[in-house]
Design a protein around this ligand. Structure first.
Ligand code: KIV
Ligand code: ZN
Length: 525
């Protein structure tokens, strides 16, 4: 990537693994977190917020391992404003070549009321905790949570205290996504102008998207002097999410004429990491999402297509290749061989080892038998399915037969393999999916509650694969399952079972003594 060294550098701080993963249902496994961290590092992210070490043993282990493996990026951990949190955070990040402690406290009137501290008591707490963090690590970030709803005088006072105590980065969070671009810029300008020592630290912007303004607010803050943007891949995050990394990075690249700032991001890696985060988090990217949505470069209307054929710039402000999309959508068919599949997969960002290639090839052939043309999106869906649903899963779908008709109820005959044993049942329901889910529940009774059921057609046509996402909750634990199949009901069954398998793993992790067989399997067939 060409760097214009005359331009100011904006540091990209990715918090997909912390603020993003905090989003209900977006929980990632340890290995998935390591993989995403490696992708972020390879893409050129400057700082990776790898987690919240005190939150759980799992969070600690992931941050520690990411820190040990980090190559270039600064590895940061989050901690509340107390010594125990900060010490635990340091224990996890200290293994990184370049560690950072991030400590925060809510400074707005509403947030000050929670620990019941008055302004002076909170100021004292900030002084003590930032000093403590700085005694451990020479790279300390401090955040006044809900800064955009904090009284300006008080905000200036506590920012000054944090700087004097040794913070090297001051992050200004718009925790509830309340600010607007002009206000976001004015707040940063005010702090830079009024706070003594402001020129010795980096100001960061951390925006949430509740009013759909997270990207605009972050860019406005940069215009006013912020030099660190906190963001997540696909804008993942609680509620409406965080500023999307791909949006701010591409905005700075495409409109460099009016926003003359550089980032270190290799933008050709954006689509690969977007897809991977969508898979592991279980949060599919909306079709019309800026930059990485399926339709972001699709030109459907006649006028658009005509213009595009004459000159791509007529309707395109960036090239698909800028974000790593290949221009061609080479169609594969049932006569395509292993080598072609491997090459195609590599092009799509999946490097397959030999044994993985064998498995994917079998699945690809089965798909090509049912579907005349296999497109890139089909292969991506197939890969996600084969990563999500494996032969080592506790519960697997062996076969499903559904009888439908205009007169209900519908019936599902289902065979599941549970711990290597086949179990069969026939269940009724209000529609084929309901009947299928009832059949799974009859064979594997559980108390998990279905929170979300979502179907997407991968490509056009009636033979298109359907990707299904299912989110389930059990005793506060949430898991998302995914699957793809040309048969929507089969895909639904597999996604539901995938979510159950993930819940079982989570149950075992939080209670290692728990027997996965906490249920009595029923055979009704
Ligand atoms: O949104 C927020 O305020 C945060 C802080 C912990 C930085 O995520
Ligand atoms: Zn946040």
């Amino acid at each position: 990537m060409t760097q214009n060294t005359d331009q100011d550098r904006v540091v990209i701080f990715d918090t997909t693994l912390r603020d993003g993963e905090q989003s209900p249902g977006a929980t990632m496994t340890h290995d998935e977190k390591l993989e995403i961290a490696q992708m972020l590092d390879e893409m050129g992210v400057d700082i990776i917020e790898a987690g919240f070490p005190i939150a759980s043993e799992g969070d600690f282990a992931a941050v520690e391992e990411i820190a040990r493996r980090s190559e270039n990026a600064v590895i940061c951990g989050l901690s509340r404003a107390n010594f125990k949190d900060i010490d635990r955070c340091w224990e996890a990040v200290k293994h990184a070549r370049r560690p950072r402690i991030h400590t925060f406290i809510g400074t707005s009137p509403l947030h000050r009321a929670i620990p019941n501290l008055d302004q002076d008591q909170m100021a004292e707490r900030i002084h003590e905790t930032v000093t403590h963090a700085r005694n451990l690590c020479d790279n300390v970030q401090w955040s006044p949570m809900d800064a955009t709803r904090t009284e300006h005088d008080y905000l200036c006072r506590v920012v000054e205290i944090a700087i004097k105590a040794g913070a090297t980065t001051i992050n200004i969070p718009d925790t509830v996504g309340y600010t607007a671009p002009r206000e976001s810029a004015d707040l940063i300008s005010m702090l830079i102008e009024k706070v003594p020592g402001a020129d010795e630290v980096v100001f960061a912007t951390h925006c949430h998207n509740d009013l759909g303004m997270a990207t605009a607010n972050a860019l406005a803050a940069v215009d006013a002097g912020a030099r660190q943007i906190e963001c997540t891949i696909n804008g993942l995050g609680e509620r409406a999410g965080n500023t999307a990394l791909e949006e701010v990075v591409m905005a700075l690249k495409v409109r460099n004429d009016i926003m003359p700032y550089q980032t270190g991001i290799d933008t050709t890696k954006l689509i690969g990491i977007s897809r991977r985060v969508a898979t592991v988090s279980g949060f599919p990217v909306q079709f019309n999402k800026a930059i990485v949505g399926k339709n972001a470069f699709a030109h459907e209307s006649g006028i658009h297509q005509d213009g595009m054929l004459k000159n791509a710039e007529t309707f395109e402000i960036m090239r698909p290749s800028d974000i790593g999309l290949k221009e061609t959508n080479l169609v594969m068919g049932k006569h395509s061989g292993r080598a072609a599949l491997r090459a195609k997969m590599a092009e799509l960002g999946y490097e397959l080892a030999d044994n993985q290639l064998n498995d994917v090839f079998v699945r690809f052939k089965a798909l090509a038998d049912r579907k005349k043309e296999v497109y890139d999106d089909d292969l991506i869906a197939l890969m996600r399915d084969s990563e999500a649903n494996t032969d080592s899963d506790h519960i697997q779908v062996k076969s499903l037969r559904v009888v439908c008709g205009t007169e209900g109820p519908q019936t599902a005959d289902l065979v599941l393999i549970i711990d290597g044993q086949e179990h069969q049942v026939s269940a009724e329901g209000d529609g084929p999916v309901d009947a299928t889910f009832n059949a799974v529940k009859a064979l594997y009774p559980h108390n998990a509650r279905l929170q979300l059921y979502q179907v997407h057609a991968v490509t056009e046509g009636t033979d298109a694969q359907a990707t299904v996402s299912v989110r389930m909750e059990e005793d506060g634990r949430i898991a998302t399952g995914q699957a793809a199949d040309t048969d929507t009901v089969v895909s639904s069954a597999k996604a539901y079972v995938n979510a159950l398998n993930r819940l079982i793993i989570r149950r075992q992790k939080s209670d290692p003594d728990a027997d996965v067989k906490t249920v009595t399997y029923k055979d009704a067939g």
